[in-house]
Design a protein around this ligand. Sequence first.
Ligand SMILES: C[S@@+](CC[C@H](N)C(=O)[O-])C[C@H]1O[C@@H](n2cnc3c(N)ncnc32)[C@H](O)[C@@H]1O
Length: 388
Amino acid sequence: MVASHSTPHADPVPPLAWRSWCAHQPIPADEARYLLLELLRLFPAALATPLYLSGHQQRRLASWVARRRRGEPLQYITGRAHFFGEVIRVGPGCLVPRPETELVVEHALATLRSPADCAGGDAAKRPNVPLASRSRRGVGRESVGLWRSVREEPNASPDRPLRRATGDDATKNVARLLAHDSVHGSARLSRSGQGPTGSQGDEAGRPAPVDLRRRATERDPAGGGALRLLDLATGSGCIALAIARQRPDVRIVAVDQSAAALAWARLNLHATAVEIRRGDLFAPVAGERFDCICCNPPYVEEGAILPSDVRGYEPAAALFAGADGLAALRRVVAEAPAHLLPGGWLVMEIGAGQGRAVTRLARPLFATVAIHRDYSGHERIFVGRQPP
Ligand SMILES: C[S@@+](CC[C@H](N)C(=O)[O-])C[C@H]1O[C@@H](n2cnc3c(N)ncnc32)[C@H](O)[C@@H]1O
């Protein structure tokens, strides 16, 4: 028997010299690398091994590069975006999920954990909820690195030095709010902002601990005791999907007014129990209340200068919200309290620099309000809580 290594090589196709290939494309090299990895469905680590492309793959890659050169968003070209460790199918009609929006998921997951877990105590005993965004690994990391955040003010400078946030920060932030509740319970404002609510609590005026699960059972008998979450303005369904994967025990309703966006949401959510409804903001959930409302509404000012691949391709209804960018945020803040259970949370993405305006709108309507920054140091997440 002749040893196989002595036979002539049957495959004359050389491996792709990917560095040189990327450097010679008519698009930025990191974008070319992204498309290459997406085409082959590989993690970046695979670049350390020889890559072989079939003729069909080479032609496909060339057409992808040509589309990108014409300005199409990378994720529309590949049909996939990476969000919180999930692959989200995207295309015309829905917004491409942004990495900043993973913070909405992280904060929402933190609110869905029992306050006893959130409000301090022995951290080692807390359930190991995977708050750190898994898309920061592997190919997802690539999309994060490539993505130009369109909603940032071009020259925005954070007003404090950057600290690399960890995934656990969301939990800690919510824990801080909850701890604040415990310490300042007697000073908690009523919804009208006129004075303390203080209807329940101990002799020292501290509020009774809130058991979200028990509360849901008591206040939402139709829900079978499950916690309820609303993903308002769901778009591709990325937030609902990420939360459904982490917390399959939570009943989730996803709402959007765009039929085109909901077609993508249906594709992304088909394997979940998420209920999809179409309509204007809270209209499809009239009379219903939730433990948590997540929302990434449009918040860009009309007339803002956006990259051409955003303005030219992504739906205007997903981006723009009036002259000051606050039109949708205003409505959500005003209408959310009527749809939150006592002690329920509104977790909402906002634009850089909108924190003060949103806080002013929300303060009279929520027991606690907080603005959290994203990994670039920009105001990004509003968290408001109803009085328990
Ligand atoms: C910024 S996108 C967010 C999409 C997705 N949640 C995400 O984070 O990628 C905003 C979404 O709000 C939807 N939208 C805008 N105005 C709305 C309204 N009045 N009622 C319901 N949905 C609305 C748009 O169709 C779009 O899908």
